[in-house]
Design a protein. Structure first.
Lengths: 181, 788
């Protein structure tokens, strides 16, 4: 596994505070287990990347089914989830879910209470970059994880830039450790 | 008599003055300029508003549409205290926090945009006064357009009749931009919301500046005057007859292009030279001469066209021109004439040199270009130079041959640096892998999504000209690029407003969609055409300007027709209108203002807040800047926000650093006053946002339909709007929207074909009927207060 903490888009430099690197998939497992109110935000690229065989959306569905973590589909991703027989917990534009996650008073999709962990995948890199920046600066009680295979420095935790194969193996490990059957 | 004072001085001199109380000799008195006042309408509350006069209105908007900041950078480096880390709740050495810093950066961007348009207008007005005289009348539509300057009238309270009157409004714009820019200095404004208010002010001022520029050029150059049947002209990479010498103009400010066309006409040479353009200068020169001028394409076509070697001479004016235009031109041995003081390119100022000397130097290759700040001289030098240069150049190009590309591809190390530099993350390494095996199709496909930035070239450690590889790969389809575009028509006629004002305000025409802005598209320009056609088919009114207007033209249907050939150019349901260039955007704002003024008879003069309140609550208009890139696009958008028109940008627009988002789940944010009674009435989240970035074309389409809803919609109008929203949502998202209940005020709002389904949904949501108010956010507009 590569360990480079460089943003995928070369000029998207962030800091001083930058995402901690997920060097082992067990970090994600621990974060998910520790979270009381996690949520998974899935953008439209999850149905396109990374190859003909491996789609992020399939991992999102497996992660949600394994853990019960609610999925928020952005853009037109509901169509892709429904095609795969999965009903996301909610759908809204990426900007709207970002704006709500920033708000410590927001009660979440189910009206129970604010989320403490937001995981992102499948948004355009630069869009996820700025939304995560908004959350880094303006949501004190929220941890974020970028589950894409690119380093996103504004998350709390992020994978480094990974080859598809490594990312795939990491996700299989995460699902296995979280008890996927 | 009502007088408005502006900055131009009025001097009164008297050799000798005798009155009952004074005797004076050589008396000289100076006044601010007094307008000759024949406008019967009384001056409204905010003539020439200062940067705080409309602050209350701004704060009302910002109370509902709160900023969501998206810091692009964690530090501030604008003064020598810095860099300051503003992460989280930290403050910089000056005391500023991250929210204020982000809004400060937005204000800087909008000041740049407003200054650019205002300076553009100033240059045009001065040039046109010099050419046509101070008393050249303002005429943007003859008898069809009596409200010739809706934005200027609304903001300043003056009604310009001649070119010289425009100077007074320009003085105002320049003063305001200076004040606004000063607020960004270290130790000035400290509140993010006050920065945001100033952003809105910058946008409003920008609208005035743009309106002045377009009014001046329409009036003096005789561009189409509110003409729904403005001529069709040609657009595309392949439209030029390249057997002739080709002059390429790039930029936004048209006098130099006019100089070229006039010179060709005067010399009877109009068939000897091809004059083509990129970006808004292209749009405006086709408005001037649809028969002689042609459009290559939007801003992103610059590099591909220059490197192809087709232009024999390049004339640049101002705005959105690649900073390396001269460098690229030198590679193809093409001379460059810079014609704007804002973009001198390091060239010697030859304005006062004899034309023959400049021509000789350019033709002989003694200099790579010249700065000429005289449009007529540009015309002469450009034409005479291109006639001599073209036979020597023989269309010399720097696009490599296929064999060179394959060889380079075989040497490619697959380092991914090109892809990491690409704004759209295009799979260039994969395309190079295919090219190494002789398959150039993937490179050609990437060109379809390419914004023409060439960051891939800069990033490549092997210095491969990757953008040129793509151009070669896509060469065949580029040469076949020939489309029709209707030239910019200018303003919307008053009579058109009278005909559609009612249906728009009542909601029966479901909305006005304005496709504007630059070409920083996430997936190529065809998405703009798809959005336009979707809404034209749905009987919305679609208006367009600038690069978006061009991109919409560059798609043909199965019968080979473009949107401009298929849909009417009038401001009516199902119309697709090219209004003009960037500076034509105020005709769109002006249409909304004229609906309030002409249709609803609201007072227009210096009455900004009331008209904006009207537009926000009644006029279902939405701006879409799918490829928004520039600071000008930022200020154009902010001018629409203050007027109550929501704007959607494409995903790259998220880099503007903040959105203005409503929260439909916060019921308390969506109450309005019923102007009939003074009651506060829940009106639903309409429009839900003032500024947001959509991730995909599909999301944008659903948002457009939703953001066209307004509190004032009649039940019939709301049912029509809901039909479009629900239909698009179902088709693109495969599910029913989960917020329909927020937009149904009573059962008559429900689209008849969906009644059972929606009634069930309303029951599940615990929906309660509300009444339809006469909506306003302004207590002073309540006609009868409670208890009266």
């Amino acid at each position: 596994m590569g360990v480079t903490a460089e943003p995928w888009q070369t000029a998207e430099i962030a800091g001083p505070k930058k995402a901690l690197l997920i060097l082992k998939p067990e970090v994600v497992v621990a974060m998910v287990k520790r979270a009381k109110r996690p949520v998974l935000v899935v953008g439209h690229l999850a149905a396109e990347d990374y190859s003909d065989d491996i789609k992020m959306i399939d991992y999102a569905i497996r992660l949600s089914r394994t853990t019960g973590i609610p999925v928020v589909a952005t853009a037109h991703m509901t169509t892709e989830f429904i095609k795969r027989g999965f009903q996301p917990a909610g759908w809204m534009p990426a900007m709207d879910i970002g704006n709500r996650l920033k708000d410590p008073e927001w009660k979440g999709l189910d009206g129970i209470g604010p989320y403490d962990l937001a995981m992102f995948m499948g948004l355009p890199y630069y869009m996820e970059f700025v939304i995560l920046a908004g959350l880094k600066h303006f949501s004190a009680n929220l941890k974020t994880i970028s589950l894409d295979r690119f380093y996103d420095p504004h998350a709390t935790w992020s994978f480094p830039n990974l080859p598809v194969k490594d990312w795939n193996e990491s996700f299989e490990t995460i699902l296995s450790e979280l008890g996927e059957k | 008599m009502v007088c408005l004072l502006a900055k131009k001085s009025l001097h009164v001199k008297a050799k000798e003055l005798k009155t009952d109380v004074v005797v004076a000799k050589d008396l000289e008195i100076s006044f601010g300029r007094i307008f000759e006042e024949t406008w019967a309408e009384a001056v409204g509350p905010t003539p020439f508003p200062s940067i705080t006069d409309l602050r209350q209105w701004d704060l009302r908007l910002l109370q509902r549409y709160k900023p969501f900041y998206l810091p692009f950078c964690d530090v501030c480096c604008l003064c020598t205290f810095g860099k300051c880390d503003l992460t989280g709740d930290k403050r910089g050495a000056c005391g500023l926090n991250m929210a204020a810093q982000q809004s400060r950066i937005v204000l800087l961007a909008c000041c740049i945009g407003a200054a650019t348009h205002t300076a553009h207008a100033r240059h045009l007005v001065e040039h046109l006064i010099e050419k046509y005289g101070r008393n050249c009348p303002i005429d943007v539509g003859g008898v069809s357009v009596e409200v010739e300057a809706p934005v200027t009238r609304l903001v300043t309270g003056i009604r310009p009749k001649t070119l010289q009157d425009l100077e007074d409004a320009l003085d105002y714009c320049e003063e305001q931009v200076t004040h606004l820019l000063s607020a960004t200095h270290t130790g000035q404004e400290g509140s993010n919301l006050d920065f945001e208010s100033k952003v809105l002010h910058a946008g409003m001022v920008d609208q005035v500046g743009m309106e002045i520029a377009d009014m001046a050029q329409i009036s003096a150059y005789g561009l189409p005057k509110a003409d729904p049947e403005a001529a069709l002209t040609e657009i595309g990479w392949g439209v030029a007859d390249v057997s002739k010498p080709v002059i390429l103009v790039i930029g936004h400010n048209v006098p130099s292009a006019v100089g070229i066309i006039d010179y060709l006409t005067d010399k009877g040479m109009y068939n000897a030279v091809e004059v083509v353009g990129i970006c808004c200068t292209a749009i405006d020169m086709t408005r001037y001469s649809p028969s002689m001028a042609k459009i290559v394409g939007p801003i992103s076509w610059q590099l591909r066209y220059i490197r192809s070697g087709l232009p024999d001479l390049i004339v640049v004016d101002e705005q959105c021109i690649r900073a390396d235009a001269l460098v690229e031109a030198q590679k193809i041995k093409t001379p460059v004439i810079a014609s704007s003081p804002k973009n001198c390119l390091g060239l010697e100022n030859r304005t006062k040199s004899p034309a023959e000397e400049i021509i000789s130097d350019l033709v002989g290759g003694k200099v790579p270009g010249a700065l000429i700040l005289d449009p007529e001289k540009v015309g002469e030098v450009a034409v005479e130079t291109v006639m001599a240069v073209a036979p020597k150049r023989k269309k010399f190009k720097v696009i490599p041959e296929i064999e060179e590309i394959i060889k380079a591809a075989q040497e490619c190390t697959q380092c991914n640096e090109c892809m990491r530099a690409c704004p759209n993350n295009q799979p260039i390494p994969d395309a190079m892998k295919a090219a190494a095996k002789g398959d150039l199709n993937p490179l050609a496909e990437i060109l379809e999504n390419c914004v023409g930035c060439a960051r891939c070239d800069s990033a490549c450690p092997n210095d491969f000209p990757l953008h040129s590889f793509m151009v070669k790969a896509g060469e065949k389809s580029l040469t076949e690029e020939k489309f029709k575009i209707r030239v910019g028509r200018g303003a919307i006629q008053d009579v058109e407003i009278r005909e559609v004002g009612g249906p728009i305000v009542l909601g029966e025409i479901p909305g006005v969609v304005a496709l504007v802005g630059c070409a920083n598209y996430p997936r190529g320009g065809r998405e703009v055409a798809e959005i336009a056609e979707e809404f034209a088919k749905r009987r919305f009114i679609v208006v367009a300007t600038g690069c978006a207007a061009m991109s919409m033209a560059m798609v043909k249907d199965e019968e080979g027709k473009t949107l401009y050939e298929k849909y009417p150019g009038s401001f009516e349901a199902g119309g697709i209108l090219n209004v003009g260039s960037c500076v034509s955007n105020p005709h769109i704002a002006g249409a909304a203002i004229k609906i309030a003024s002409i249709f609803a008879k609201r007072k227009l003069r210096a009455n900004y807040e009331e008209i904006a309140d009207y537009v926000l609550n009644r006029v279902g208009a939405v701006g879409v800047a799918w490829g928004a890139m520039s600071q000008k696009a930022a200020s154009i958008a902010s001018g629409f926000w203050r007027l109550g028109v929501p704007v959607i940008v494409g995903p790259h627009g998220s880099k503007y650093r903040r959105m203005l988002l409503g929260r439909q789940d916060k019921e308390e944010d969506w109450y309005v006053y019923d102007a009939r009674t003074g009651d506060k009435v829940y009106a639903g989240p309409a429009p839900e946002h003032l500024f947001t970035a959509a991730e995909t074309k599909e999301e944008a389409m659903v948002l457009i339909a939703k953001l066209c809803m307004r509190p004032n919609d009649t039940t019939k109008g709301r049912a029509i709007k809901l039909t479009h929203y629900i239909d698009l949502h179902r088709r693109l998202y495969s599910v029913m929207p989960d917020d329909v209940h927020l937009f149904v005020r009573n059962k008559a709002d429900i689209p008849i074909t969906m009644k059972d389904e929606i009634l069930k949904l309303l029951e599940e949501k615990g929906w309660k009927e509300t009444r339809i108010p006469d909506p306003t956010l302004l207590p002073r507009l309540i006609r009868k207060r409670k208890g009266e």
